[in-house]
Ligand binder design. Sequence first.
Ligand code: UD1
Length: 429
Amino acid sequence: MDRIRLRGGGPLEGTIPISGAKNAALPLMIASLLTDETLTLENVPRLRDVQQLFHILANHGTDWSVEGKRAGQNDMTGQTVHLCARAIVDTTAPYELVSTMRASFWVIGPLVARMGVARVSLPGGCAIGTRPVDFFIQGLEQLGAEIEIDQGYAIARAPNGLVGARIDLPRVSVGATHTLLMAAALAKGETLITNAAREPEVVDLANCLIAMGAKIEGAGTSEISIQGVERLRGARHRVLPDRIETGTYAMAVAMTGGDVTLEHARGDLLTAPLAILERAGAEISETNRGIRIRRNGAGIAAVDVETDPFPGFPTDLQAQFMALMTTAKGTSHITETIFENRFMHVQELARLGANIHLDGQVATIEGVERLRGAPVMATDLRASVSLVIAGLVAEGETTINRVYHLDRGFERLEDKLGRCGADIERISG
Ligand code: UD1
């Protein structure tokens, strides 16, 4: 199993290209199941979750290919992917393929909408709480599907097709919004989703579905209406930049000091975290190349944060922000409201010398003068990158084990940081 070794050091200086968003690419790829024509996606990141989803989609009968490099492109340029589910040959998403990635459960929506039946293994994914699927099941039932849970599988049946309905989501769920949006696109009549997720990735999916011929209004607000259509066609769509990757590197620069341009990043996708970083002492500006982040001299101030659905502070940046707060001047509080068990990085940050007290959903962080390198363990995707951020300033050597978690969601992390002066390397095996 690969490890990452890094030595805390000086500031980061240079340019980091921001990849296409993993959390947009996954639902967009799944949307290819809705049509027998080719969906072409540009700017797809090279990540383990993306590779895994290719396998899952191929099992349903999707042909996929990745375009070769064109002049002017390099290893950091997002890939262009063609997906064509001309015929769905299998409506089962088996446990072996689905268990490592929760988002793969979302195939249930397009499969039942197009084929009238779907049999999908209940999901696994990051160990950050129970993450149930009740909203998906209730929502699909409201669209007329019959759902049965049998031997670890959710089986959805709608032999006469789905029928539009009003769906009031009990709480904001990104995955349920994606799935019901895709299902409703092929349902008969109108669907209204209330309390819908407003995340930019939902808007990206809706824009792609619209390009495929869907009739959708209100994506990006909490009420989305969908007028079902009989069939969808192929389209070409560019995946939006990854706001979580952007926020992660912005926090890394706030942590180490320096001056870095996050190329292709879009500030409007992460207004809340950038405002928090400014309060903590970073200087942020938008340029025509992306976002420039600087911190020179002054230390980091302690700032309280509560995670919330978009446009609030994203739970996917909570661990990284906690890493930043470990060396802030003073005491900060971080409240996690989305997932009940998303503090596994606390123990590992403590191994680097952080002073964090946990009380239910609230972490209290007393800033310390310095962190010290140590061997640590990556526990989930975002937690593992928080250890990288801490390791960038920890005295001496930090080794992060189980970095396969990182590879699920961060493309070429060690290259991107290494080019900006970080002393970081991957040790294979
Ligand atoms: C997505 C993101 C993930 C992010 C999360 C919250 C992807 C691939 N993943 O995950 O990175 O951390 O949004 O922004 O885009 N819930 C239920 N019942 C359900 C569904 C959800 O109770 O049927 C709960 C969850 O347990 C959680 C909350 O709703 O407490 C929000 O989860 P949700 O938005 O669905 O997260 P994901 O879509 O899985």
